[in-house]
Design a binder for this molecule. Structure first.
Ligand code: NAP
Length: 458
């Protein structure tokens, strides 16, 4: 049984990797468990040194790793290399700030609880399992691994099946950087084997980034075993444009927000909701910029949009567009599979949408934008909040009261005002509704997998 790197640009199988069997999986859980005990007695200073060394490896190998990402999942090469540098930066961030984020917090007046001293501290949990997606094959793993290891946990990675080379890179990375052997191990297994791993008493918690279906399944296994879970799931983020906005800038940013990572980002603007007073002006600029994109081989630095990561993903996207068109949606640009090899889909804008179309409720994971006309701010908010997702959102308005009204009323884990959503290591990241629960990044991300221990002393 194997896992394969299938190059989405050509459709050709490039590399086959043997899966781990049950015995190998159990050995790896065991190694991680032993490492977790060792890590618990290391200092922040030691772990920070190792984490910086791991970041150095990423920085040194950025070009090669970038190429590997592009060959495995089709991201344009500059974005792949940027992903590696961003990941190294996050590793250094947690190396430098973990101790401060996990510092003891004393109760100012311990006498009120009858103590001479009372405080809280954060302890590691042990082995944490990460189930990760292919869309940012390095960044998604690092934003789990860096805080988890800096908190003194060990990590097990079940990466997406279509990125086995990225998965194998992580199998040795942290050990090469100095962490005790077994501190971070890859499990080359399928989704159906996650239940066995998560039910193992040595595994204390799980974090999953991926689809709603995978999240539901993993969260219910965690629930059965009374284990902590964090879910980062899909999104159908609104991008709201109001009359006071800089329309030219909003239209340029809208295209970037929608096509970054070939449109396969959870926090991409996917539904563009434009006030009727500026709808025509915005739509014209949006269509012009979308039409000018260069689609092609993602290893060519002049290309803006590469293929979708998998044939299945491309076909799902095609079905969503075809469903909308069959029910009367208007295609302003794109709407077709380009001729030739690979899993490409043309950058597309759909308009004239109604609730009977799947695209109104479901996530479009690829370069397909939905354009909506809103009659008022209230109407824009209604459209924005009408999906079951609640990851991030973007509001374009220069009126302070309008900005505050939207930011208070949008059902989302984040609001970006006059900008597109981006993940920053300094800011917490996560969603509400069916986009999941829990937070990654910043101080909140490292505290998710710690035991907040209360201490009372007579
Ligand atoms: P996916 O099919 O859910 O896969 C994600 C991971 O879950 C993979 O490792 C996959 O393994 C595993 N998996 C799938 N079904 C499983 C199950 N029943 N039990 C246990 N594990 C299971 O999602 P994807 O297609 O890779 O990624 C796209 C989705 O991720 C989109 O919805 C996107 O919005 C979301 N996403 C969210 C965030 C966020 O931070 N909120 C970030 C990135 C992506 P196999 O590959 O072996 O199936």
């Amino acid at each position: 049984m194997t896992l394969a790197t299938i190059n989405p640009t050509t459709g050709a199988t490039e590399v086959l990797v043997k899966r781990h069997d049950r015995v190998e999986t159990l050995e790896r859980i065991d190694e991680a468990d032993v490492a977790a005990r060792k890590l618990r007695s290391t200092t922040f200073e030691q772990r920070a040194r190792w984490m910086h060394a791991a970041a150095d490896i990423l920085t040194d190998q950025a070009e090669g790793l970038g190429e590997l990402i592009t060959v495995e999942m089709g991201k344009p090469i500059q974005q792949s290399v940027a992903e590696v540098h961003k990941s190294a930066k996050a590793m250094r961030f947690y190396a430098d700030h973990a101790e401060e984020f996990l510092a003891e917090v004393p109760l100012e007046d311990p006498a009120v609880v009858g103590a001479s001293r009372a405080w809280t501290c954060y302890e590691s949990l042990g082995v944490v399992l990460a189930v990760m997606p292919w869309n940012y094959p390095i960044w998604q793993v690092v934003r789990f691994a860096a805080p988890a290891l800096m908190a003194g946990n060990a990590g097990l990675l079940k990466h997406a099946s279509n990125v086995p080379q990225a998965a194998l890179f992580f199998d040795t990375l942290f050990e090469r950087a100095g962490f005790p052997g077994g501190s971070f191990r890859t499990l080359l297994i399928g989704g159906s084997e996650v239940a066995d791993v998560l039910s193992d008493p040595r595994v204390k918690a799980v974090t999953l980034t991926g689809s709603e279906a995978a999240g539901r399944s993993v969260a219910s296994i965690a629930g059965d075993n009374i284990k902590k879970s964090v879910l980062e799931l899909g999104g159908s983020d609104p991008f709201i444009v109001m009359p006071s906005a800089d329309i030219a800038s909003a239209a340029v940013t809208a295209v970037r927000a929608r096509i970054s990572n070939n449109g396969q980002s959870c926090i991409a603007g996917k539904r563009f909701i434009v006030h009727t007073d500026v709808y025509e002006e915005f739509a014209e600029a949006f269509v012009a910029h979308m039409s000018a994109l260069v689609v092609g081989d993602p290893l060519d630095p002049s290309v803006d949009v590469g293929p979708l990561a998998t044939r299945g993903g491309r076909d799902d996207l095609m079905e969503l567009v075809d469903d909308a068109v069959a029910k009367g949606a208007e295609v302003l640009v794109g709407g077709y599979v380009p001729e030739g090899d690979g899993f490409f889909y043309a950058p597309t804008i759909l308009a004239g949408l109604d609730g009977s179309m799947r695209v109104v409720q479901e996530e479009t994971f690829g370069p397909v934008a939905s354009l909506y006309r809103a009659e008022s701010a209230e109407d824009a908010l209604r459209i924005a909040n009408q999906t079951s997702f609640g990851l991030s959102s973007s509001v374009w308005s220069t009126e302070p009261e309008e900005q505050s009204w939207f930011l208070r009323n949008l059902d989302a884990g984040a609001v970006f005002i006059n900008g597109m959503t981006v993940s920053y290591q300094e800011l917490p990241f996560g969603g509400i509704k069916r986009s999941g629960y829990g937070r990654e990044l910043a101080a909140d991300g490292i505290r998710e997998f710690c035991n907040l221990k209360t201490v009372w002393k007579a």
